[in-house]
Structure formats: C-alpha cells, structure tokens
Design a protein around this ligand. Structure first.
Ligand SMILES: NC(=O)C1=CN([C@@H]2O[C@H](COP(=O)(O)OP(=O)(O)OC[C@H]3O[C@@H](n4cnc5c(N)ncnc54)[C@H](O)[C@@H]3O)[C@@H](O)[C@H]2O)C=CC1
Ligand SMILES: O=C1O[C@H](COP(=O)(O)O)[C@@H](O)[C@H](O)[C@H]1O
Length: 260
C-alpha cells in the first residue's frame, strides 16, 4: 500500500460514510477527539494508527500527520447554528493547526470538508424555491465567492481561504469540497433544499477517494449526488477529480420528493 492517509473527524457521519465504503482501500491514520469504538475502525487499522486527540493540539496532530501523503480533514463543529466561540476554536483554529502540521510534514494532498453553508446566501428570496427544482437552471460552480448563511458558514469560508494560503505558500494540492446534505439510505424527506443537495454515503466515499487519487492544484468543488434537482454544478468534480456519482434524489420522489 502507498503511504498513509490521515482522516480527521473519523468517528463522525462523513468519516464513517468514507470508512464504511473505502475503509480497506487505504492505509489509514484515524483521528478524532472522541475515542473510536471498534465498530468504527475498519479491519486492518492498527491501534497505533488511531489517535484520540483534539485538532487544536499541535503536538498530537504533528504525530498523526507524520509520513502521510494525504489528509482528509473533516473534524470540526458541523452545526449550522454553532456559536462563534466553537467555530473559531474547532473549525478555524483547528483547520489552521492541521494545515500547519501538514505543510511541515510535506503532505502532498489536502481535502477540506467545506459546506453548502459557505454559500448559503446565494439562496435569495427571489431565487427560492425554484432554485431547488429540476426545471431551474441556476448553478453555483465553485468559482463564485463565498456568501455564508451563518457563522458556521463563515468558518468554512475561512477554511477555504486558509487552504488557498497553504497551497500558494507551501504547494500543497488542495480540494475544498462544499458538501451538500449527507443523509444515509435516502434523500431527506419533505425537504426540497436537502433533496437538491443530497449526497449519498457511497457517493461521498467515492468523492473523497477521488480526492486522494486525482491530480490537481487548487480546486473548490461541490459534493452532491447526481440529483436531477440541483443548484450546484458537479462538472468540475467530474472533470478534475473523475467523480462519477451513482445516486440521484429523483429516484426517491415517491418517498416525499415530488415537485409541485
Ligand atoms: N454531514 C453533512 O451533511 C455535512 C458535513 N460537512 C462538514 O463535514 C465535516 C464532518 O461533518 P459530520 O461528519 O457531519 O459531523 P460529525 O459531528 O458527525 O463528525 C465530526 C467529528 O469530528 C470530531 N471533532 C469535532 N471537533 C473536533 C476537534 N476539535 N478535534 C478533533 N475531533 C473533532 C467529532 O468528535 C466528530 O466525530 C464537518 O467539518 C462538517 O462541517 C459539511 C457539509 C455537510
Ligand atoms: O454543513 C452542513 O450542511 C448540512 C446540510 O445543511 P441543512 O441546513 O440543510 O441541514 C447539515 O445537515 C450539516 O449538519 C452541516 O454540517
């Protein structure tokens, strides 16, 4: 196997979606501030490769990142309503610490879990709800500036600026993945916005596998499944990363996804 890949926030929803589908494909280092129970650790991952540490703990992060070729950085406060003190510490300071350690260790690739909330204020009153429906052709494609919809979104936009700096200054290949709505098994029910930005577990794992495998310099892409309803373009993720999603929220329309 190639050099290890560090996954921060390994015990959370996105981390587990990744590990469930590609958990035996890589030599993982897993980091989370909560100790990981055995059922959250793929077969073959040694105890020494599992770190119970906070991403603001520079020494612990340095140890975890030493000798890895790629980082998938998920750890952080994922709540859209998270208060400033939490996103400042976990999302901004934490991301800075992981990037500093990655640069120092000579990591080649860095995939950052950004969010739809970094651009949530493009969803203006005059664009919605049509924006969430398949007849509407408005698309965000990753070239637009952030327009956060809450302080959590501000922290994700800040993470994207931090990755830009570490790419330009230290040459780390970066992909910011503006993840939509990860929901297991089916798209969110009775929630048009969520259906338009649904990301299935297997498409999520495949997308982050492509972030490990593909060649790129600095990219910002959207992480959603191949939904008929969409206002995020996945063209760039397809082109640069070779993302080839399988799922589509339209296939579940009888379960609460009908358009008006
Ligand atoms: N689930 C979703 O639909 C979306 C998630 N994201 C982003 O993806 C990432 C993962 O989200 P989820 O898995 O849904 O959240 P989660 O809360 O299920 O998982 C986050 C994990 O990170 C760990 N963590 C949090 N702060 C930490 C710290 N300071 N040090 C070490 N570990 C820490 C937690 O213990 C947890 O296991 C987050 O950065 C979130 O903002 C972005 C858009 C959508
Ligand atoms: O960034 C995130 O986005 C998803 C989807 O947002 P929502 O406002 O439609 O729920 C959210 O579920 C997740 O917790 C968050 O990290």
């Amino acid at each position: 196997m190639d050099d290890p890949v560090l996954l921060t926030g390994a015990g959370g929803r996105v981390g587990q979606a990744i590990l469930r589908h590609i958990g035996t494909d890589y030599d993982w280092r897993l980091l989370d501030r909560e100790p990981l129970s055995d059922d959250k650790i793929p077969e073959g991952v040694a105890d020494e490769a599992v770190y119970a540490a906070d991403i603001t703990d520079r020494e612990a992060v340095e140890e975890a990142v030493s000798g890895v070729r790629a980082v998938i950085h998920l750890a952080g406060d994922p709540r859209p309503e998270a208060p400033w003190n939490s996103v400042l510490q976990n999302n901004i300071d934490g991301t800075h610490t992981v990037l500093e350690a990655a640069a120092e260790a000579g990591v080649e690739k860095f995939a950052f879990a950004s969010s739809n909330h970094a651009v949530g204020n493009y969803e203006t009153a005059d664009r919605t709800p049509d924006l969430y429906r398949s007849h509407d052709d408005f698309r965000l494609d990753g070239t637009e500036l952030p327009r956060p919809s809450n302080l959590y979104g501000v922290s994700k936009a800040t993470g994207e600026i931090l990755t830009r700096y570490y790419h330009d200054e230290y040459g780390i290949s970066v992909v910011n993945v503006r993840i939509g709505n990860l929901t297991e098994g089916h798209p969110p029910v009775d929630y048009e916005r969520g259906q338009a930005m649904w990301l299935s577990y297997r498409d999520c794992a495949h997308l982050f596998a492509r972030c490990i495998e593909a060649d790129y310099e600095f990219e910002t892409v959207y992480g959603i499944s191949n939904n008929d309803r969409k206002y995020y373009s996945i063209d760039r993720a397809k082109e640069v990363l070779g993302f080839d999603p399988i799922d589509n929220s339209a296939e579940f329309e009888d379960e609460g996804g009908d358009e008006e």
